[in-house]
Design a protein around this ligand. Sequence first.
Ligand code: ADP
Ligand code: MG
Length: 435
Amino acid sequence: MLIAAIFTIFLIIYNCSDQVLTIRERRRAKYREAASRRAKERVKADERTTTMAVNAETRRRPTIEVSFQDLTVTLKGKGRRHILRCVTGKMMPGRITAVMGPSGAGKTTFLSALAGKAHGCKIIGSILINGKPDSIHSYKRIIGFVPQDDIVHGNLTVEENLWFSANCRLPANMLKQDRVLVVERVIECLGLQTVRNLLVGTVEKRGISGGQRKRVNVGLEMVMEPSLFILDEPTSGLDSSSSQLLLRALRRENLQGVNVSMVVHQPSYLLFQMFDDLVLLAKGGLTVYHGSVREVEEYFSGLGINIPDRVNPPDYFINVLEGMIKLNTSSGVTCEQLPVRWMLHKGYHVPPDMHANAAAMFPEGQLSTNEPNDIKDATKDHSFIGEIWEYVKSNVKVRSDVIRHNFLRTKDLSNRSTPGILVQYRYFLGRYISC
Ligand SMILES: Nc1ncnc2c1ncn2[C@@H]1O[C@H](COP(=O)(O)OP(=O)(O)O)[C@@H](O)[C@H]1O
Ligand SMILES: [Mg+2]
């Protein structure tokens, strides 16, 4: 009986083995087919990426030029402390601007104010977009903002994070294969190929390294193809070569006319030279320099501030502004006088409370020169009535901006229509389920 049963089982196995082998072979063939199809797709995508890279200079995005005049940010409430004062300048498309200064100088506040994200404070002064007084919120769909803190989702892989951002923020009518190219280009630019399928990780669950995480944060905003790209300390915590890799990626964005502005701490000289423009802020949010990186050393040497041999210029400037280096110059300029020097150099108005500081720079009798004349003009323009009028005007403007931003729909000038709220919610649910 037992022998018969075993015999029957063997018979069945023998008869089925052919079928099993066929099924297995079929499955293998299917895998091979899928693999070859994927390889072909990848070759095609690579070809298109190369073409895109070649055409990068021609494929320009809508440009955003940001100019600001007398930008002053004051804390609300008692004391009304200024955290940014009388900052005037311009950030141009196709250029990378570095914002530097000692800790607490107002760098984050400055970039947040430009991006329309400075909350809990009062902003006075004007910000023009492409020369027009439009609200920055009208362009929010083409503005990328990377805050200092993480915005990445730890329970998703690097690629899933990038795809979520790309799906929600790229134009709704963009073809899937073009989105693939954008995501692939960002992964490649930021050197994330090796970790693309790894979980980003959380405090409890270790994921990718800190430097890679920082690059994913940048990638989240890069995949939405911004025209104005604002980054707060994207290179902090990165080693020198990773910082350079990131800067090179931003340079490629520049070729498409993107306006990049970023806060940077302690850049190496090599990295420093990769920037086009520099905004140097002193404590109290006052500008000490705003212009080309190539001319900054010349400007300071004109004030008698020369960088010693073998000292990294950005480090030296920050040390001077921190007050760690006592200036001993022929012109007698002190660290406190540098903001007024800049205002006079550019012919900007000097606020009344800084007149004493400005007057101290010039001995009696020299007040007829151009610079002190500016001071006199400034006093004339800022009479008591004039100041009250300016105050009322700016208050009305601030209130109307707040009402417009919170209660009225801002006119969209970005020329991009992103997926609707329901579609975005679907992507969100997809993300939630895959966690
Ligand atoms: N919303 C706010 N409320 C209170 N203090 C603030 C606020 N925003 C900025 N500050 C203060 O303003 C100063 C400048 O801040 P921040 O712009 O973050 O400096 P930085 O980025 O140059 O280090 C700091 O002293 C900070 O504490
Ligand atoms: Mg900061």
